[in-house]
Design a protein around this ligand. Structure first.
Ligand SMILES: Cc1cc2nc3c(=O)[nH]c(=O)nc-3n(C[C@H](O)[C@H](O)[C@H](O)COP(=O)(O)O)c2cc1C
Length: 242
């Protein structure tokens, strides 16, 4: 089995690792490492995707990579996005991408995790992490049995997706990052950035234009020196999955 994952603050990596633990032969592949490839051909007949929901959708960055997959030898595809509560049009949009490649998702499920970004006022980190420990067992059982499952999407979720799409572009832009004087030039922000979008210039991070707003830099900064000039993030609590 191959699991392609993307993570900013570790929730998706936690899920991917939990699944891996339950299969004898399973590789975890950070999806961003495949960006440079023209075509991606999985070596296994069972393939999974684990990633965070961004603005009620699958990130454009991940979509771009999944479009390069050649699924012709793949027999079972499972997709486990995770988010705080709103999956929006994630499954609808991902199904469309696979449909264009003459494939269907065999198994869809979603896990609810601590929020690392948006409007939710109470993060409930502890409760969410406790609950996911139980929920993931069921997901693993399903995957072991190669269960087929399709989640339904209601009109309200689609509305949430359009609403979030409207505000995402102006709310999350690399221009909105601020670095204060607590920065010790450690370079951790540069190291954790999955798109290699950060350079250190004169001892301070510079944010280039390939930011996919995963917020890894913001959450992992050991000095909490990074904040955002925006409505939702500003200087909220720092989180990463242990
Ligand atoms: C830019 C951004 C947008 C997000 N949008 C949503 C969303 O639409 N719905 C939701 O429930 N959670 C949303 N989240 C929360 C993440 O999906 C959630 O915290 C996820 O578990 C983070 O995964 P990671 O730790 O692997 O990066 C968003 C997070 C970010 C950074």
């Amino acid at each position: 089995m191959e699991i392609y994952y993307f993570t900013g603050t570790g929730n998706s990596l936690y899920i991917a690792k939990k699944i891996k633990e339950n299969f004898i032969k399973c590789s975890l592949i950070p999806i961003e490492t495949l960006l440079h490839l023209e075509k991606i051909t999985p070596k296994s007949k069972e393939v999974g995707f684990v990633f965070p929901v961004y603005f009620g959708d699958i990130s454009e960055f991940i979509k771009r990579i999944i479009k390069k997959f050649d699924f012709s030898n793949v027999e079972y595809i499972f997709v486990i996005p995770n988010c705080y509560s709103i999956a929006g049009a994630t499954f609808i949009n991902l199904r469309k991408i696979l449909k264009a490649q003459n494939k269907n998702i065999n198994y869809e499920n979603i896990l609810f995790m601590p929020d690392n970004a948006i409007l939710f006022p109470i993060e409930k980190d502890y409760e969410k992490l406790k609950q996911v420990e139980k929920d993931i067992i069921l997901v693993i059982e399903d995957i072991k049995k190669k269960t087929n499952k399709r989640l339904s999407t209601n009109y309200f979720q689609i509305l949430q997706y359009y609403f979030m799409k409207l505000f995402s572009n102006w709310e999350f832009s690399p221009k909105k990052f601020i670095v204060n004087n607590s920065c010790i030039s450690c370079g951790i922000c540069k190291q954790v950035c999955p798109t290699k979008n950060i350079e250190i210039k004169d001892g301070k991070p510079i944010f280039n234009s390939n930011c996919i707003h995963c917020l890894a830099c913001f959450h992992w900064c050991p000095k909490e020196a990074i904040s955002m000039r925006n409505f939702t993030i500003k200087n909220r609590r720092k989180y990463h999955n242990s």
